[in-house]
Design a protein around this ligand. Structure first.
Ligand code: NAD
Ligand code: TYD
Length: 356
């Protein structure tokens, strides 16, 4: 069986922790090295079940630091990289775009350069190596209501500092492929939800606020549409693309599951109230319409046909099952929520909502 030494960046965050768990469990011959800076969004509790695995190494480091990335790639003889580390929250990108350019653009560039320098020196060169870049559907811009969906050939049209930084990083990955022959794959996924997501994103924020009887902020009129995918189905797609996807190819990942924000809010209220033993609809009065996000993209929708038809992927969890599992997880993990919603999180939250 194939042995690999895989560097996974951003593994202490939401999606990265699920990818690490999946790769360690499904591929017993792989060694996994995780690099994560443990920013406000990274939490070693997300990796507590794998941290003592002899095939797993955690290293706290900044992906922007080229020398450190070069050192780590050489020391662990890394042959594949799955790159997830990023600043990932649109609202934060509106307040501090420079942090997004630093981590998402310069960080990706440092990793690419460190990998290129190391791999070019190997006797076999780039042969058998892989830089897998995890990206977002937000690079494609925003859709009007209707049947249109983003495909792999939709022109890039990023509209927030977050999506502009992710688009830029995608371009650098493709540039390294074309210029230096770096073997790479990119996937662009729709909105994820599930356990371990930092509660600044819509779904965990709703659950946490319902738990504390705090207002549920709905931007604008709640009519923006997002296409939601359970995080383990994203991890499964990454696994499939990593192994079977074409080198140099891009795959869109999404579960054909579009929801208006206000409908998500009502669904999460109904499940959370039920699981908390509250009267049906008890938390509906917590809904609070607030000033819209600046430049708020109206609609995202992913066409996953290439991934489904060429690689045979399909989501395994229905939205109803996934949301139920997610609410159950957050209610059973109050301590996790309380730990991560202190300090820097609260400062940001107060800044964001003070003007509304
Ligand atoms: P997250 O914010 O939960 O986790 C990001 C992780 O990166 C954290 O552990 C953080 O500590 C780490 N990190 C940040 N800056 C770093 C740096 N300079 N050096 C090293 N580590 C650093 O994000 P997520 O939601 O898990 O997203 C992971 C990736 O997937 C991102 O690249 C994101 O753009 C992409 N993505 C996310 C979604 C989604 O819905 N969450 C959808 C599609 C794509
Ligand atoms: P979010 O989870 O931040 O993901 P993204 O902006 O990357 O799609 O937000 C999902 C949707 O929910 C988005 O349209 C913004 C909206 N939203 C709210 O209405 N209220 C909130 O408190 C948050 C965090 C988001």
């Amino acid at each position: 069986m194939d042995k690999r030494n895989i560097l996974i960046t951003g593994g202490a965050g939401f999606i990265g922790s699920h990818v690490i768990r999946r790769f360690l469990n499904a591929h017993p011959h792989y060694n996994i090295v995780c690099v994560d800076l443990l920013t406000y969004a990274g939490n070693l509790d997300n990796l507590s079940d794998v941290i003592n695995n002899p095939r797993f190494t955690f290293i706290k480091a900044d992906i922007v630091d080229l020398d450190r990335m070069s050192e780590i790639i050489a020391a662990h003889n890394i042959d594949s990289i799955i790159h997830l580390a990023a600043e990932s929250h649109v609202d934060r990108s509106i307040l501090d775009p420079f942090a997004f350019a630093r981590t998402n653009v310069m960080g990706t560039l440092s990793l690419l350069q460190a990998a290129k320098n190391y791999w070019e020196k190997q006797p076999e060169g780039m042969q058998g190596k892989l830089f897998y870049h995890v990206s977002t559907d937000e690079v494609y811009g925003s859709l009007e209501p209707g049947p249109d969906m983003f495909t792999e050939t939709t022109p890039y049209s990023p509209r927030s500092p977050y999506s502009a930084s992710k688009a830029s990083s995608d371009h650098f990955v493709r540039a390294y492929h074309h210029t230096y022959g770096m073997p790479m794959k990119i996937s662009n996924c729709s909105n994820n939800y599930g356990p371990n997501q930092f509660p600044e994103k819509l779904i965990p924020l709703l659950i946490n606020n319902i738990r504390h009887n705090k207002p549920l902020p709905v931007y604008g009129e709640g009519l923006n549409v997002r296409d939601w995918l359970y995080v383990e189905d994203h991890a499964a797609a990454i696994d499939l693309i990593f192994h079977n996807g074409g080198v140099g190819e891009t795959y869109n990942i999404g579960g054909l599951n579009e929801w208006k924000n206000i409908d998500i809010v009502k669904l999460v209220i109904s499940i959370t109230d039920r699981l908390l033993g509250r009267e049906p609809g008890a938390s509906l009065p917590l809904i609070t319409f607030v000033t819209d996000r600046k430049g708020h993209d109206l609609r995202y929708a992913i066409d996953p046909a290439k991934l489904c038809n060429e690689l045979g992927w399909k989501p395994s969890v229905t939205f109803e099952e996934g949301i139920e599992k997610t609410v159950e997880w957050y209610l059973a993990n109050n301590q996790w929520l309380d730990n991560v919603t202190s300090g820097e999180y609260l400062d940001f939250y107060n800044t964001l909502y003070s003007g509304r």
